[in-house]
Ligand binder design. Sequence first.
Ligand code: HEM
Ligand SMILES: N[C@@H](CC(=O)c1ccccc1NC=O)C(=O)O
Length: 386
Amino acid sequence: MILQEMPITKADGTPGLLAQNKLGVKVQTEFPNLVEHIEKYRNNQVVISALYRDYSFLASAYLLEPCHHEYQRTSRTTYGLARDLLPENIAVPIAKVAELAGFMPFMEYAGSYALANWKRLDPSKPVEYGNLALIRAFENGLDRESSEAGFVLVHVDMVRSSGPLVAGAWNAVEAVERGEEERLEECLREMLEAIQKINACMENMWNKSKPRDYGSFRTFIFGITKQSMFPRGVIYEGVSSSTSPTRQSFRGESGANDSIIPLLDIFLDIPYPHTPLTDILLDFRKYRPGNHREFLEWMHRKQETVGMRKMAMKGRGTAELWLRLADQVREFRWRHWCFTREYVLKESRHPVATGGSPIVNVSFLAPCLLSWFRVWDSCRSHLPMQ
Ligand code: HEM
Ligand SMILES: N[C@@H](CC(=O)c1ccccc1NC=O)C(=O)O
Protein backbone atom coordinates (compact mmCIF):
# COMPACT_ATOMS: atom_id res chain seq x y z
CA MET A 1 0.00 0.00 0.00
CA ILE A 2 1.28 3.46 -0.94
CA LEU A 3 1.29 4.83 2.65
CA GLN A 4 3.50 1.99 3.86
CA GLU A 5 5.90 2.60 0.97
CA MET A 6 5.85 6.38 1.51
CA PRO A 7 7.91 7.30 4.65
CA ILE A 8 11.52 8.41 4.40
CA THR A 9 12.31 5.36 6.54
CA LYS A 10 9.81 2.51 6.24
CA ALA A 11 8.74 0.25 9.10
CA ASP A 12 11.39 -2.31 8.05
CA GLY A 13 14.12 0.37 8.23
CA THR A 14 14.70 0.67 4.46
CA PRO A 15 14.28 3.95 2.48
CA GLY A 16 10.77 4.65 1.23
CA LEU A 17 9.38 6.63 -1.71
CA LEU A 18 9.93 10.04 -0.10
CA ALA A 19 13.61 9.29 0.49
CA GLN A 20 14.02 8.37 -3.18
CA ASN A 21 11.95 11.32 -4.48
CA LYS A 22 9.59 8.84 -6.13
CA LEU A 23 6.27 9.50 -4.44
CA GLY A 24 5.19 12.09 -7.06
CA VAL A 25 5.68 9.77 -10.00
CA LYS A 26 3.96 6.92 -8.20
CA VAL A 27 0.89 9.07 -7.49
CA GLN A 28 0.82 10.44 -11.03
CA THR A 29 1.21 7.11 -12.82
CA GLU A 30 -0.13 4.31 -10.64
CA PHE A 31 -2.40 5.49 -7.86
CA PRO A 32 -6.13 5.03 -8.64
CA ASN A 33 -8.98 7.41 -7.86
CA LEU A 34 -10.96 5.45 -5.26
CA VAL A 35 -13.68 8.03 -4.65
CA GLU A 36 -16.52 5.79 -5.82
CA HIS A 37 -15.77 3.35 -2.95
CA ILE A 38 -16.08 6.01 -0.25
CA GLU A 39 -19.85 6.45 -0.46
CA LYS A 40 -20.63 3.03 1.06
CA TYR A 41 -18.76 4.01 4.25
CA ARG A 42 -20.62 7.32 4.61
CA ASN A 43 -22.15 6.26 7.95
CA ASN A 44 -19.11 4.45 9.28
CA GLN A 45 -17.33 7.13 11.28
CA VAL A 46 -14.31 4.94 12.05
CA VAL A 47 -13.59 4.19 8.40
CA ILE A 48 -14.22 7.79 7.31
CA SER A 49 -11.83 9.10 10.02
CA ALA A 50 -9.14 6.64 9.00
CA LEU A 51 -9.57 7.57 5.33
CA TYR A 52 -9.38 11.28 6.15
CA ARG A 53 -6.15 10.75 8.10
CA ASP A 54 -4.62 8.62 5.35
CA TYR A 55 -5.56 10.91 2.45
CA SER A 56 -4.25 13.92 4.35
CA PHE A 57 -0.90 12.16 4.86
CA LEU A 58 -0.74 11.37 1.16
CA ALA A 59 -1.71 14.93 0.14
CA SER A 60 0.91 16.62 2.37
CA ALA A 61 3.62 14.17 1.36
CA TYR A 62 2.81 14.65 -2.33
CA LEU A 63 2.70 18.45 -2.15
CA LEU A 64 5.79 18.88 0.04
CA GLU A 65 8.07 16.16 -1.37
CA PRO A 66 10.08 18.68 -3.47
CA CYS A 67 10.56 20.88 -0.34
CA HIS A 68 12.03 17.96 1.59
CA HIS A 69 14.67 17.45 -1.10
CA GLU A 70 15.40 21.16 -1.50
CA TYR A 71 15.81 21.48 2.28
CA GLN A 72 18.32 18.61 2.28
CA ARG A 73 20.13 19.93 -0.80
CA THR A 74 20.56 23.40 0.68
CA SER A 75 21.69 22.09 4.11
CA ARG A 76 18.45 23.15 5.78
CA THR A 77 18.47 26.66 4.38
CA THR A 78 15.46 26.85 2.10
CA TYR A 79 12.38 24.83 1.20
CA GLY A 80 11.98 26.10 -2.37
CA LEU A 81 8.58 25.58 -3.97
CA ALA A 82 6.05 22.84 -3.25
CA ARG A 83 3.84 21.22 -5.89
CA ASP A 84 0.86 23.48 -6.51
CA LEU A 85 -1.54 21.00 -8.06
CA LEU A 86 -3.12 18.17 -6.12
CA PRO A 87 -4.12 15.60 -8.74
CA GLU A 88 -7.67 14.37 -9.04
CA ASN A 89 -6.91 10.91 -7.57
CA ILE A 90 -6.08 12.57 -4.21
CA ALA A 91 -8.00 15.86 -4.43
CA VAL A 92 -11.46 14.42 -5.11
CA PRO A 93 -11.40 11.68 -2.42
CA ILE A 94 -9.86 13.96 0.24
CA ALA A 95 -12.53 16.59 -0.44
CA LYS A 96 -15.19 13.88 -0.06
CA VAL A 97 -13.89 12.31 3.16
CA ALA A 98 -13.16 15.73 4.68
CA GLU A 99 -16.74 16.76 4.06
CA LEU A 100 -18.06 13.53 5.60
CA ALA A 101 -15.70 13.80 8.58
CA GLY A 102 -16.32 17.53 9.15
CA PHE A 103 -12.72 18.64 8.59
CA MET A 104 -10.84 20.84 6.11
CA PRO A 105 -9.51 18.91 3.06
CA PHE A 106 -5.95 19.24 4.37
CA MET A 107 -3.99 17.65 7.21
CA GLU A 108 -5.27 18.68 10.68
CA TYR A 109 -3.87 18.29 14.18
CA ALA A 110 -6.85 16.46 15.70
CA GLY A 111 -8.22 14.64 12.63
CA SER A 112 -4.94 13.40 11.20
CA TYR A 113 -1.35 13.86 12.31
CA ALA A 114 -1.63 13.86 16.09
CA LEU A 115 -4.86 12.84 17.81
CA ALA A 116 -6.13 10.34 15.19
CA ASN A 117 -2.77 8.74 14.52
CA TRP A 118 -2.05 6.35 17.39
CA LYS A 119 -2.80 2.75 18.27
CA ARG A 120 -2.28 0.46 21.25
CA LEU A 121 0.58 -1.96 20.76
CA ASP A 122 -1.23 -4.45 22.95
CA PRO A 123 -5.00 -3.89 22.63
CA SER A 124 -5.63 -5.59 25.97
CA LYS A 125 -3.45 -3.02 27.80
CA PRO A 126 -4.45 0.55 28.69
CA VAL A 127 -3.87 3.71 26.67
CA GLU A 128 -0.61 4.81 28.25
CA TYR A 129 2.62 6.10 26.75
CA GLY A 130 4.50 2.78 26.85
CA ASN A 131 1.70 1.01 24.99
CA LEU A 132 1.33 3.54 22.15
CA ALA A 133 2.66 3.62 18.59
CA LEU A 134 1.98 5.77 15.52
CA ILE A 135 -0.17 4.52 12.65
CA ARG A 136 1.30 6.81 9.97
CA ALA A 137 4.51 8.82 9.75
CA PHE A 138 6.48 10.94 7.30
CA GLU A 139 10.03 10.38 8.42
CA ASN A 140 10.92 7.69 10.89
CA GLY A 141 7.88 7.72 13.15
CA LEU A 142 7.08 4.03 12.71
CA ASP A 143 10.07 3.45 14.97
CA ARG A 144 8.47 4.33 18.30
CA GLU A 145 11.78 5.51 19.74
CA SER A 146 12.16 8.12 16.97
CA SER A 147 11.76 11.86 17.50
CA GLU A 148 8.75 11.96 15.17
CA ALA A 149 6.95 9.30 17.22
CA GLY A 150 7.94 11.05 20.45
CA PHE A 151 6.69 14.43 19.19
CA VAL A 152 3.23 13.08 18.34
CA LEU A 153 2.87 10.66 21.25
CA VAL A 154 3.65 13.35 23.85
CA HIS A 155 0.68 15.32 22.50
CA VAL A 156 -1.47 12.17 22.65
CA ASP A 157 -0.31 11.49 26.20
CA MET A 158 -1.28 15.01 27.28
CA VAL A 159 -4.71 14.81 25.69
CA ARG A 160 -5.22 11.34 27.20
CA SER A 161 -5.06 13.02 30.61
CA SER A 162 -7.52 15.80 29.79
CA GLY A 163 -10.79 13.97 30.66
CA PRO A 164 -10.97 15.22 34.27
CA LEU A 165 -10.20 18.76 33.09
CA VAL A 166 -13.23 18.71 30.81
CA ALA A 167 -15.44 17.03 33.42
CA GLY A 168 -14.25 19.47 36.11
CA ALA A 169 -14.98 22.50 33.92
CA TRP A 170 -18.41 21.17 32.95
CA ASN A 171 -19.35 20.42 36.57
CA ALA A 172 -17.94 23.75 37.77
CA VAL A 173 -20.40 25.59 35.53
CA GLU A 174 -23.24 23.53 37.01
CA ALA A 175 -22.00 24.20 40.57
CA VAL A 176 -21.96 27.97 39.95
CA GLU A 177 -25.42 27.85 38.39
CA ARG A 178 -26.68 26.11 41.53
CA GLY A 179 -24.71 28.36 43.88
CA GLU A 180 -22.81 25.36 45.36
CA GLU A 181 -19.52 26.80 46.56
CA GLU A 182 -18.13 23.57 48.04
CA ARG A 183 -18.86 21.69 44.86
CA LEU A 184 -17.16 24.44 42.85
CA GLU A 185 -14.06 23.99 45.01
CA GLU A 186 -14.06 20.22 44.33
CA CYS A 187 -14.34 20.83 40.58
CA LEU A 188 -11.54 23.38 40.53
CA ARG A 189 -9.35 20.94 42.46
CA GLU A 190 -10.11 18.21 39.90
CA MET A 191 -9.17 20.62 37.10
CA LEU A 192 -5.96 21.62 38.88
CA GLU A 193 -4.84 18.02 39.33
CA ALA A 194 -5.58 17.32 35.65
CA ILE A 195 -3.62 20.27 34.27
CA GLN A 196 -0.70 19.53 36.62
CA LYS A 197 -0.58 16.02 35.19
CA ILE A 198 -0.86 17.35 31.62
CA ASN A 199 2.03 19.76 32.21
CA ALA A 200 4.13 16.93 33.66
CA CYS A 201 3.47 14.84 30.50
CA MET A 202 4.51 17.82 28.37
CA GLU A 203 7.91 17.95 30.07
CA ASN A 204 8.64 14.50 28.55
CA MET A 205 8.99 16.16 25.13
CA TRP A 206 12.66 16.87 25.89
CA ASN A 207 13.42 13.14 26.30
CA LYS A 208 11.15 11.72 23.65
CA SER A 209 11.83 14.10 20.76
CA LYS A 210 15.09 15.91 20.06
CA PRO A 211 15.27 19.52 18.81
CA ARG A 212 17.90 18.60 16.19
CA ASP A 213 15.58 16.00 14.61
CA TYR A 214 12.50 18.22 14.45
CA GLY A 215 13.35 19.92 11.13
CA SER A 216 13.30 16.61 9.21
CA PHE A 217 9.66 15.68 9.67
CA ARG A 218 8.46 19.28 10.20
CA THR A 219 8.73 19.90 6.42
CA PHE A 220 5.64 17.76 5.85
CA ILE A 221 3.39 19.43 8.44
CA PHE A 222 3.50 22.91 6.94
CA GLY A 223 0.25 24.37 5.68
CA ILE A 224 -0.48 26.35 2.53
CA THR A 225 -1.57 29.67 4.07
CA LYS A 226 1.19 32.31 4.35
CA GLN A 227 3.93 29.89 3.27
CA SER A 228 6.60 30.81 0.70
CA MET A 229 6.44 27.20 -0.59
CA PHE A 230 2.90 27.89 -1.84
CA PRO A 231 2.97 31.44 -3.26
CA ARG A 232 -0.26 30.88 -5.21
CA GLY A 233 -2.08 28.28 -3.12
CA VAL A 234 -2.94 24.82 -4.45
CA ILE A 235 -5.30 23.73 -7.23
CA TYR A 236 -7.44 20.78 -6.15
CA GLU A 237 -7.96 19.12 -9.54
CA GLY A 238 -11.55 18.10 -10.20
CA VAL A 239 -12.89 19.76 -7.03
CA SER A 240 -15.31 22.62 -7.27
CA SER A 241 -15.59 25.00 -4.36
CA SER A 242 -16.87 28.48 -3.69
CA THR A 243 -13.43 29.80 -4.68
CA SER A 244 -13.06 27.44 -7.63
CA PRO A 245 -11.34 27.51 -10.07
CA THR A 246 -9.03 29.70 -7.98
CA ARG A 247 -6.49 28.11 -5.72
CA GLN A 248 -7.19 26.77 -2.26
CA SER A 249 -5.36 27.61 0.93
CA PHE A 250 -5.46 25.98 4.36
CA ARG A 251 -3.52 26.55 7.55
CA GLY A 252 -1.10 23.83 8.55
CA GLU A 253 -1.58 21.87 11.69
CA SER A 254 -0.39 23.19 14.98
CA GLY A 255 -0.79 22.59 18.68
CA ALA A 256 -2.77 25.82 18.47
CA ASN A 257 -5.61 23.57 17.28
CA ASP A 258 -5.52 21.63 20.53
CA SER A 259 -8.37 22.43 22.91
CA ILE A 260 -6.74 22.11 26.37
CA ILE A 261 -5.31 25.61 26.64
CA PRO A 262 -8.20 27.35 24.86
CA LEU A 263 -10.57 25.66 27.36
CA LEU A 264 -8.59 27.10 30.28
CA ASP A 265 -8.20 30.49 28.59
CA ILE A 266 -11.98 30.67 28.21
CA PHE A 267 -12.88 29.12 31.58
CA LEU A 268 -10.48 31.37 33.50
CA ASP A 269 -11.52 34.36 31.37
CA ILE A 270 -7.97 35.13 30.33
CA PRO A 271 -8.17 38.28 28.21
CA TYR A 272 -6.51 38.37 24.80
CA PRO A 273 -5.11 41.74 23.75
CA HIS A 274 -6.17 42.42 20.16
CA THR A 275 -3.07 41.86 18.00
CA PRO A 276 -2.50 40.22 14.58
CA LEU A 277 -1.15 37.19 16.44
CA THR A 278 -4.26 36.73 18.55
CA ASP A 279 -6.40 37.13 15.41
CA ILE A 280 -4.53 34.13 13.98
CA LEU A 281 -5.20 32.20 17.18
CA LEU A 282 -8.92 32.82 16.64
CA ASP A 283 -8.65 31.67 13.01
CA PHE A 284 -7.10 28.40 14.26
CA ARG A 285 -10.45 27.63 15.88
CA LYS A 286 -11.89 26.74 12.45
CA TYR A 287 -9.47 23.82 12.30
CA ARG A 288 -10.90 21.93 15.28
CA PRO A 289 -13.37 19.06 15.37
CA GLY A 290 -16.98 20.30 15.48
CA ASN A 291 -17.66 18.92 18.96
CA HIS A 292 -14.59 20.72 20.40
CA ARG A 293 -15.74 23.94 18.77
CA GLU A 294 -19.26 23.56 20.16
CA PHE A 295 -17.99 22.82 23.69
CA LEU A 296 -15.64 25.82 23.68
CA GLU A 297 -18.39 28.10 22.34
CA TRP A 298 -20.74 26.82 25.05
CA MET A 299 -18.11 27.49 27.72
CA HIS A 300 -17.62 30.99 26.33
CA ARG A 301 -21.33 31.73 26.63
CA LYS A 302 -21.37 30.34 30.18
CA GLN A 303 -18.38 32.46 31.19
CA GLU A 304 -20.26 35.53 29.99
CA THR A 305 -23.67 34.66 31.45
CA VAL A 306 -22.98 32.56 34.56
CA GLY A 307 -19.80 34.30 35.72
CA MET A 308 -17.71 31.47 37.20
CA ARG A 309 -14.89 33.87 38.05
CA LYS A 310 -17.11 36.12 40.16
CA MET A 311 -18.26 33.26 42.38
CA ALA A 312 -14.77 31.73 42.61
CA MET A 313 -13.42 35.05 43.90
CA LYS A 314 -15.86 35.02 46.81
CA GLY A 315 -14.30 32.14 48.73
CA ARG A 316 -10.73 31.75 49.91
CA GLY A 317 -10.39 28.12 48.75
CA THR A 318 -11.90 28.73 45.33
CA ALA A 319 -9.93 31.95 44.78
CA GLU A 320 -6.68 30.18 45.59
CA LEU A 321 -7.48 27.29 43.24
CA TRP A 322 -8.41 29.74 40.48
CA LEU A 323 -5.04 31.44 40.89
CA ARG A 324 -3.22 28.12 40.84
CA LEU A 325 -5.05 27.13 37.65
CA ALA A 326 -3.99 30.42 36.02
CA ASP A 327 -0.44 29.64 37.16
CA GLN A 328 -0.60 26.27 35.37
CA VAL A 329 -1.53 28.07 32.14
CA ARG A 330 1.48 30.32 32.70
CA GLU A 331 3.63 27.24 33.28
CA PHE A 332 2.34 25.64 30.06
CA ARG A 333 3.11 28.78 28.03
CA TRP A 334 6.55 29.18 29.55
CA ARG A 335 7.52 25.56 28.74
CA HIS A 336 5.96 25.94 25.31
CA TRP A 337 8.00 29.06 24.72
CA CYS A 338 11.15 27.07 25.61
CA PHE A 339 10.10 24.43 23.02
CA THR A 340 9.62 27.08 20.34
CA ARG A 341 13.04 28.54 21.15
CA GLU A 342 14.91 25.19 21.12
CA TYR A 343 13.04 23.27 18.38
CA VAL A 344 12.17 26.11 16.00
CA LEU A 345 14.11 29.35 16.55
CA LYS A 346 17.51 27.73 17.02
CA GLU A 347 16.97 25.11 14.30
CA SER A 348 15.30 26.97 11.45
CA ARG A 349 15.53 30.25 9.57
CA HIS A 350 12.09 29.89 8.00
CA PRO A 351 10.08 32.85 9.32
CA VAL A 352 6.61 31.26 9.45
CA ALA A 353 5.31 28.49 11.75
CA THR A 354 3.50 25.46 10.34
CA GLY A 355 0.12 26.99 11.11
CA GLY A 356 1.00 30.16 9.21
CA SER A 357 1.71 32.50 12.13
CA PRO A 358 4.88 34.59 11.98
CA ILE A 359 7.71 33.33 14.18
CA VAL A 360 8.16 36.14 16.66
CA ASN A 361 10.28 36.58 19.66
CA VAL A 362 7.41 36.79 22.11
CA SER A 363 5.34 33.93 23.40
CA PHE A 364 1.66 34.16 24.04
CA LEU A 365 2.50 34.73 27.68
CA ALA A 366 1.35 38.33 27.88
CA PRO A 367 -2.42 37.76 28.02
CA CYS A 368 -1.92 35.13 30.64
CA LEU A 369 0.18 37.40 32.82
CA LEU A 370 -2.38 40.16 32.56
CA SER A 371 -5.06 37.86 33.81
CA TRP A 372 -2.84 36.61 36.58
CA PHE A 373 -2.46 40.13 37.93
CA ARG A 374 -6.19 40.75 37.58
CA VAL A 375 -7.09 37.57 39.45
CA TRP A 376 -4.44 38.29 42.06
CA ASP A 377 -5.89 41.74 42.61
CA SER A 378 -9.39 40.47 43.12
CA CYS A 379 -8.56 37.58 45.42
CA ARG A 380 -5.57 38.66 47.49
CA SER A 381 -7.77 39.63 50.42
CA HIS A 382 -8.68 35.92 50.78
CA LEU A 383 -5.17 34.57 50.78
CA PRO A 384 -3.37 33.44 53.95
CA MET A 385 -0.63 36.07 54.04
CA GLN A 386 -3.10 38.97 54.21
C1 HEM B 1 8.50 20.61 20.43
C2 HEM B 1 7.27 20.91 20.75
C3 HEM B 1 6.50 22.10 20.22
C4 HEM B 1 6.85 23.09 19.35
C5 HEM B 1 8.19 23.30 18.64
C6 HEM B 1 5.71 23.96 19.19
C7 HEM B 1 5.67 25.09 18.37
C8 HEM B 1 4.59 25.93 18.22
C9 HEM B 1 4.54 27.08 17.36
C10 HEM B 1 5.69 27.55 16.49
C11 HEM B 1 3.32 27.64 17.48
C12 HEM B 1 2.80 28.86 16.71
C13 HEM B 1 1.55 28.58 15.94
C14 HEM B 1 1.66 28.14 14.47
O1 HEM B 1 1.80 26.93 14.21
O2 HEM B 1 1.55 28.96 13.54
C15 HEM B 1 2.59 26.86 18.46
C16 HEM B 1 1.34 27.15 18.94
C17 HEM B 1 0.69 26.44 19.93
N1 HEM B 1 1.06 25.22 20.44
FE1 HEM B 1 2.87 24.33 20.18
N2 HEM B 1 4.70 23.49 19.98
C18 HEM B 1 5.14 22.35 20.61
C19 HEM B 1 4.42 21.54 21.45
C20 HEM B 1 3.14 21.78 21.87
C21 HEM B 1 2.39 20.94 22.73
C22 HEM B 1 2.89 19.62 23.35
C23 HEM B 1 1.17 21.50 22.89
C24 HEM B 1 0.06 20.92 23.72
C25 HEM B 1 -1.09 20.63 23.28
C26 HEM B 1 1.17 22.74 22.13
C27 HEM B 1 0.12 23.64 22.06
C28 HEM B 1 0.14 24.83 21.38
C29 HEM B 1 -0.87 25.87 21.52
C30 HEM B 1 -2.08 25.83 22.44
C31 HEM B 1 -0.51 26.89 20.63
C32 HEM B 1 -1.23 28.23 20.41
C33 HEM B 1 -0.50 29.31 21.15
C34 HEM B 1 -0.97 29.52 22.58
O3 HEM B 1 -2.17 29.47 22.86
O4 HEM B 1 -0.09 29.78 23.45
N3 HEM B 1 2.37 22.85 21.51
N4 HEM B 1 3.38 25.81 18.87
N1 LIG C 1 3.56 25.12 14.84
C1 LIG C 1 4.66 24.21 15.10
C2 LIG C 1 4.21 22.77 14.95
C3 LIG C 1 3.13 22.46 15.88
O1 LIG C 1 2.71 23.29 16.56
C4 LIG C 1 2.52 21.15 15.88
C5 LIG C 1 2.36 20.50 14.68
C6 LIG C 1 1.78 19.26 14.63
C7 LIG C 1 1.32 18.67 15.79
C8 LIG C 1 1.45 19.33 16.99
C9 LIG C 1 2.07 20.57 17.05
N2 LIG C 1 2.21 21.10 18.29
C10 LIG C 1 2.61 22.19 18.82
O2 LIG C 1 2.17 23.29 18.89
C11 LIG C 1 5.82 24.55 14.18
O3 LIG C 1 5.81 25.54 13.49
O4 LIG C 1 6.79 23.79 14.23
